[in-house]
Design a protein around this ligand. Structure first.
Ligand SMILES: Nc1ncnc2c1ncn2[C@@H]1O[C@H](COP(=O)(O)OP(=O)(O)OP(=O)(O)O)[C@@H](O)[C@H]1O
Length: 593
């Protein structure tokens, strides 16, 4: 269950930011120094104006605020410019240090969020990964992180500096003229109410915009990956139209966000103008009555001038923070989503499986529609079992369930006498070696892709696996085993990818082999070699084979013919041929092709 939204900020702070409190605290210290340096401008303007008007009236001594000492006019000539330069230098240096400190703290926090989000997705339910378009997760890492970064930075940078600058400026304003300061203090909060409202609205709009960004990323991904099909079928117009609709929607949502955001600055502008007008009128009247000096007026204006950018930054900070909160909501929704497939607290760790697998009355469906409907079959240790049947019968689903990528909705799967739901998933999967239909490779070297089967394999073991899987093509590549596989293995042909995936499975040396159309993309001569290697490999291991080409499963100990998620026939090749029913028909059909 996702936690309530109002928990987000404290959770965000304690989960990710609190551990970097030292950096934030130092950042806050430098923020305070910056704020005081900014507020000092008001005092210097007041002193400067009082000095100028004293000099104009022939007075030789100027009173220095706070210090309450009088300084000769000619000392002020050099002291005031030096003070201005000194405070400006302090302000610049502390601003720089504060920016670096806050950025470092936020960036480190973001690394932890990205680590947590990525491992949550990779280690969590497989169903979650396949349910959403891949672009949506990519977008979370890029766009949502940007929004969180922006919000956290603005809070760290502007909040303390802004609040302290405003407090210091307001304090000096009260010191110059309390009545005037009171007037300004009343106007600003009233003007701030709509700014806060805008921020709240932004949070909702921004959530929709971020959602759409995810869909957009998925659409672009699909567009680029489907380039071959798109060209072959002249689908450029179709692709352009889909992308255009996405871009338009993106622009619409962006403008919706902007319409709210763009209101903030003009609103604050009006407030600033009104405040200035009020100050002119009020101070003019007070100076005329001899209750204030020109220096007070100048200092007041300077204080408003110093506070205004901070007030404005706090106004836009609210919008940015709300956009960040919307992103945070999406991030926590992923982090908090419970896993359907999880290890029980007392789950057993399997050390070395014997390889006795049994599906007993297994029921399963990805959605409402049943895919497996009471599937029952057994594989004894060391046996080779073939699963054949029409497309969509549920054969690959059997592997998904054996690996516990999903849990059965009825019946059970037993491995060595244990219901696999009672076994730790990692230890279950380490008993199995899968060669999948799509033979996925990572964009790393071929050597690394093979070694992923067993991280501690030696070079000699890798070479042996390479030879057993008939990967002789590797030696013809200019960079041999150091060749980069490309995204998903796109630098290799389908058959080459399949052989590398087989080499990886050979190296894994697991007691159970799952071969899903493992040799379907191979040419006849490679297939014969790889087939021989797989037969050698399957000796002493339980092997489940899915194959459409029935010639590859003749030597299986037992063949199960699946249809609509249940076994409709079983036996060896010979018995099934003699039976002359479903399997025999499939074989005859293939022979006649
Ligand atoms: N991730 C998924 N989400 C929803 N439905 C799915 C998913 N994977 C498979 N299916 C559906 O489950 C059914 C069985 O699919 P499965 O891949 O197990 O069949 P198969 O027998 O291996 O087919 P083939 O021989 O074509 O590979 C199909 O109707 C398919 O549409």
């Amino acid at each position: 269950m996702a936690k309530p939204k109002n928990n987000l900020l404290p959770r965000f702070a304690s989960d990710w930011m609190a551990k970097h409190w030292r950096l934030f605290a130092l950042g806050a210290l430098f923020s305070a120094i910056t704020a005081l340096a900014v507020a000092s401008y008001g005092l210097m303007v007041k002193t400067g104006l009082d000095w100028l008007s004293a000099t104009e009236h022939g007075e030789g001594v100027v009173n220095i605020p706070f210090l309450n000492i009088g300084l000769p006019s000619n000392t002020m000539m050099w002291l005031l410019p030096c003070a201005v330069i000194g405070f400006a230098t302090i302000r610049s240096v502390s601003l720089y240090i504060q920016t670096i400190l806050n950025n470092s703290a936020v960036q480190l926090g973001l690394v932890s969020i990205q680590d947590a989000l990525f491992s949550r997705l990779i280690e969590g339910d497989y169903a979650r990964l396949t349910a959403a378009a891949s672009g949506e997760f990519v977008s979370q890492f890029i766009n949502d992180m940007n929004l969180v970064r922006e919000a956290a930075l603005r809070v760290a940078t502007n909040l303390i500096k802004g609040v302290l600058t405003i407090i210091a400026c307001v304090a000096t304003m009260f010191w110059y003229d309390w009545a005037l300061a009171l007037m300004v203090l009343v106007v600003y909060p009233i003007a701030f109410a709509p700014v806060v409202q805008i921020g709240n609205r932004l949070r909702k709009v921004s959530k929709a915009a971020q959602q759409q960004t995810g869909e957009m990323t998925a659409l672009l991904n699909e567009g680029f990956q489907g380039g071959r099909t798109s060209k072959a079928f002249n689908l450029e117009d179709y692709q352009n139209a889909r992308a255009h609709a996405g871009f338009l929607e993106r622009a619409r949502l962006y403008l919706k966000v902007l319409r709210s955001k763009a209101l903030v600055d003009p609103l604050l502008e009006i407030v600033g103008g009104a405040a200035l007008a009020g100050v002119f009128a009020f101070t003019g009247w007070r100076i005329m009555n001899g209750e204030a000096t020109v220096g007070d007026f100048g200092g007041f204006i300077a204080a408003i001038g110093a506070a205004s950018p901070e007030v404005r930054a706090l106004g836009t900070l609210n919008s940015v923070a709300n956009e960040g909160l919307a992103a945070l909501e999406r991030i926590y929704a992923v982090l908090d989503a419970p896993d359907k497939v999880a290890d029980k607290p007392d789950a057993i760790e399997l050390s070395e499986s014997r390889g006795a697998i049994a599906f007993e009355g297994v029921e399963f469906g990805y959605g409402d529609q049943g895919v497996l409907n009471g599937l029952t079959f057994h594989a004894e240790p060391g046996q080779t079992i073939a699963l054949v049947g029409p497309s969509g019968a549920g054969k690959s689903t059997v592997f998904n369930l054996a690996l516990r990528l999903y849990d059965v909705s009825g019946g059970k799967i037993i491995l060595d006498g244990h219901d696999i739901r009672d076994v730790q998933r990692k230890s279950l999967r380490s008993q199995m070696s899968l060669v999948a239909q799509d033979a996925f490779l990572f964009d790393d070297t071929l050597r690394a892709n093979i070694a992923l089967g067993r991280m501690d394999a030696s070079e000699a073991e890798i070479t042996a696996a390479l030879d057993a899987a008939a990967c002789d093509f590797v030696y013809d590549l200019p960079q041999g085993l150091d060749t980069q596989a490309g995204e998903g293995g796109r630098n290799l042909s389908g058959g080459q990818r399949q052989r590398i995936a087989i080499a990886r499975a050979i190296l894994r040396d697991a007691p159970i082999l799952l071969l899903d159309e493992a040799t379907s993309a191979l040419d006849a001569s490679s297939e014969a070699k790889v087939q021989a290697a797989l037969e050698q490999l399957s000796k002493g291991r339980t092997t489940l084979i899915i194959a459409h080409r029935l010639s590859t499963v003749r030597s299986a100990d037992k063949i199960f013919v699946l249809d609509k998620g249940r076994v409709v026939e079983e036996g060896s090749h010979e018995t099934l041929m003699q039976k002359n029913a479903v399997y025999a028909d499939l074989v005859k059909l293939q022979l006649s092709e």
